[in-house]
Design a protein around this ligand. Sequence first.
Ligand SMILES: [Fe+2]
Length: 426
Amino acid sequence: MKINLRDPKKIMKLSKLGCFHQSKLSFLRSFLKEFKTWKYNRDLFDLDENGFGRAVYSFSKNKRIYSLICFANKIDDKERSDRVIATKWDAAFTLHDGIPSKNDLDRLSENVPKQEGSPERKENVNWSFRTFNKEKKKLDMSLPSDHSIKKEVVLKNLIKNQNNDFIAWIGHATFLIKLGDTTIITDPVFSRNAGPLFFGPKRYVDPALNLNELPKIDLFLLTHNHYDHLDIKTIRKFPFKDAKVLTALKLGKYFTNNRFKNVKELDWYDEVKINDLKITFLPAVHWSKRSLTDTNKTLWGNFLIEYKGKKIFFACDTGYGEVYKKLGKDYGPIDLTMINIGAYDFRPMFEKSIYHTTPEEALEVAKDLKSKKVLGTHWGTFVLSLEPILEPPKRFKRNAKSFGFNEDDALIFKIGQIENLNYILK
Ligand SMILES: [Fe+2]
């Protein structure tokens, strides 16, 4: 199929992937603009059995007909359809050769990854700060002495590993990943608390290094805007403003306003090459919010890092979703998946977060991604939920086998631990 689009690679990707989402609206617009030169045939709207809307726009050129099909939940919700970033990732578009029959539509509907993005919060979720703070006080906050590694040892190990490829845990979702000439930092949070000003949960463990002790950082990856990931004080004081920044749509301003020069916002499925790395931004089952009025107005996502034939998947905070089976099919097998294992239990308010995997769900995601190894992240630093603070790694290790991993392949680091990548990926 030949379509003269500005970016023919993208259209190939579109037809290969089968569908894309509302965040692609700008692309969709240029796509439709192109179609304007074609003869517009007809459109049709119906609902499948699940109330999932389907709109079909058919166009013809040189006696060939193509149809652009939009699948959407609540397609008539005006407030939502006006937003570039959807509050709920409920629309997908696919290109079909010819006019689709009802059977074609039913078949295509089934393939729409309905769980991609941000699932709607269940009605029985009763969040209460008061209950949360009351329950939080009941948590046993004692830590084993080796929960984090002594600063002098971390600094020594950093020097020892300076010529190696390695992964180091600074705390929570902050990691250093050195791959050849590129040193990456992920979701760096060096502040005392994860919240605006002095609000928000306080860290109960110091970061393994201070900002001024970091090695030179070349690439800054930011998955989303929650306070335990996007720390504005860290961005402001970050010592390497010439680092390349890759982040989600609409988050670039936090960097450009703070003297970063090389900032790129990514949409899902966007790919970027940096040195000898290829980075792909992929959907995660999560959400975004930093203020009372900005829910889901900025994007979130996972990073896939490819380097010398190896694949590292750095998960944004994510819940479990069917989308991981699809990502596993399209991007797997993954050599190492780094994924959140903490911040899931919210009893007695509600059973569990749908935006954070339990240790078992994290293993399930890693399995769906066909991962050889999986490293548990996002625990042991802040109290964001009500599970015992040391429960995530225990459950993660204990249940690894039932998801097809050897206990040794389900990795847990100590804060400050630096591991040679050859050793991890052996
Ligand atoms: Fe988050």
